[in-house]
Ligand binder design. Structure first.
Ligand code: F3S
Length: 282
């Protein structure tokens, strides 16, 4: 029996970089706090807590900390300019693990708005990444999330418009919205800032599932990207299983299995993926 794990299973480049950085910093001289949970994965957050890494959820909570001996880590989603400047203005050392692909969007909206343009962001207005991007705009900015809002979209000014998107925005939705805006009378400069990490993970999972006799998808039950991976795999492989922990591996699998495929959602730690892989190989 062969066991193949998709290359893109688990953390994307930006999240891995952020999580690795916090592990490297933990146990040092200064106290480490992340601004918001570094990742939506309880086992990773708990493990970091045991290593002394704390979480601050807002600027208010910084008041209880001593800037002299505290490092604040900014996670891969990034933060607004105001939050960044406030943390640094209070005298904290900042370790910024904003994903470079997100940082590129911050720089783009900052430049465009300083050049007098209005900004339009495609994404969820309440997502921390989008709030961070909004916070680097020095002028009018709006967020739209779907085709319906694109149809009724009205700019706030008569300036040229720069459009960017949340890095995890759906490609198809992006194209549909852009088409509507291009057909409109507005002067829109489109920047496709979708990150391909999610798409690559989905394409690899689909390819592996179409060859595998059994497909294991690892991730949190509430993780929407893992559920999407599961749906993609289940459409290709009849024996597809969604597991959250090693304990769920007690599966009823067909006897004549030649190839087992493994993939995992964006917040699944490498350690868990390796453990599942090892279980199958034994
Ligand atoms: Fe991950 Fe950065 Fe893309 S955090 S999803 S590699 S934008």
């Amino acid at each position: 029996m062969e066991v193949i794990t998709a290359k893109s299973a688990g953390f994307c480049f930006g999240v891995k970089r952020a999580v690795d950085t916090v592990y490297e910093l933990s146990g040092g001289e200064k106290k480490i706090y992340t601004f918001g949970p570094i990742i939506h994965n309880e086992s990773v957050v708990d493990d970091l807590k045991e290593r002394g890494v704390g979480i601050v959820d807002d600027l208010e909570q910084l008041k209880d900390l001593d800037p002299e001996d505290t490092v604040i880590v900014i996670r891969s989603h990034g933060v607004s300019e105001e939050i960044y400047n406030t943390i640094s203005g209070l005298g904290f050392e900042i370790v910024d693990t904003t994903c470079p692909f997100v940082k590129r969007i911050h720089d783009a909206v900052l430049n465009a708005s300083e050049n007098g343009e209005e900004i339009l962001i495609l994404g969820s207005a309440d997502h921390p990444e989008v709030q961070g991007i909004m916070g680097w705009c020095h002028g009018p900015v709006q967020v739209i999330e779907n085709v319906e809002s694109a149809k009724t979209y009205k700019p706030m000014s008569d300036r040229p418009i720069t459009l960017v998107s949340q890095t995890t925005f759906n490609h198809k939705k992006f194209e549909d919205i852009v088409e509507i805006l291009i057909l409109s009378e507005y002067n829109v400069n489109v920047m496709n800032t979708i990150c391909n990490a999610t798409l690559t993970r989905q394409n690899e999972a689909e390819d592996l599932a179409s060859r595998a006799d059994v497909m294991i998808v690892i991730g949190g039950k509430h993780s929407s990207n893992t559920r999407k991976l599961y749906d993609i795999c289940a459409a290709r492989c009849e024996h597809t299983y969604f597991i959250e922990t090693l304990d769920d591996l007690n599966l009823e699998v067909p006897k004549s299995v030649r190839l087992v495929g493994i993939t995992a959602g964006a917040s699944t730690p490498q350690k868990l993926i390796e453990e599942v892989q090892k279980e199958w190989k034994n």
